[in-house]
Design a protein around this ligand. Structure first.
Ligand code: SAM
Length: 238
């Protein structure tokens, strides 16, 4: 899977790309990440300026339409694989596991990271990207949001995790759309807190039943909303 990231700060991704799971996925050619510095598409050869003040006044600066549209069009042409265009914005559809699973079926994602007060509206009008938010709060820039999207999607690409079952059972995931059950590792006992006996007995049917029950109880306690049926659960619903 290929990711193209359009950003004013490509270096923000340096450490992230060289760490752990993502780095291994890149080494194994499961994932390609290409960063594109928006300033390279500036019409201002001296200062590489890509922002300007908003018409009508108000605080802050906006990213201009010309460099953004030209950058995205050129980046897309650089590779035959069609890209799903995504623009990170607090005003977009909120990212959740279902959306991450859907994004993971695409061969190529192009992620546009905003800064300052965001993009000139004509960027959205012309490029018609999917607008995605990582939550109801405002970040300084889209780079951290893009990393969240990449991180959530990459672990769903077949072969990236050691055990595919793990992303199936995770909280919110295709396994049951609930919170995951509690997990334990050694030691069996610590400061009077013991591992539930059922997990030590080796009876896999009873373990599965205990986990399903624990998952439902935890979800009911913490996230009752996840137990409500959603339109996606029943294709007959409008
Ligand atoms: N003025 C914008 C607004 O009120 O909608 C917020 C601009 S924010 C300071 C700068 C950039 O950070 C945005 O263009 C976007 O790319 C990114 N950003 C901030 N919060 C985000 C969020 N919750 N999800 C995704 N991207 C976000």
């Amino acid at each position: 899977m290929r990711f193209d990231i359009v950003t004013l700060f490509p270096a923000i991704f340096d450490g992230y790309l060289t760490q752990s799971l993502l780095n291994k996925a890149i080494q194994r050619d499961l994932v390609e990440i290409h960063r594109h510095d928006l300033r390279d598409w500036s019409n201002d050869p001296k200062h590489h300026k890509i922002d300007d003040r908003p018409f009508g006044g108000g605080p802050g600066m906006l990213i201009q339409v010309q460099p953004t549209v030209e950058c995205v069009e050129e980046v897309e042409r650089a590779c035959d694989v069609p890209a799903r265009r995504i623009l990170l914005t607090p005003q977009g559809r909120k990212l959740d596991q279902r959306l991450a699973e859907d994004l993971a079926t695409s061969p190529r994602l192009l992620l546009m990271c905003g800064r300052y007060e965001g993009f000139d509206q004509r960027v959205m009008d012309i490029l018609q990207p999917e607008e995605i938010s990582v939550g109801d709060f405002v970040l300084n820039g889209g780079e951290v949001a893009a990393m969240i999207v990449v991180d959530a999607v990459v672990r769903l690409i077949p072969g990236v995790l050691g055990d595919e079952q793990s992303s199936f059972d995770d909280s919110f995931s295709r396994g049951n759309r609930m919170l995951e059950f509690p997990q334990y590792t050694r030691p069996r006992e610590f400061r009077g807190h013991s591992v539930p006996q059922v997990l030590l007995d080796g009876d896999h049917q009873r373990i599965a039943a205990w986990r399903a029950d624990a998952s439902r109880t935890r979800t009911a306690e913490r996230r009752r909303d996840l137990l409500e049926p959603t339109p996606d659960d029943d294709p007959q619903l409008p």
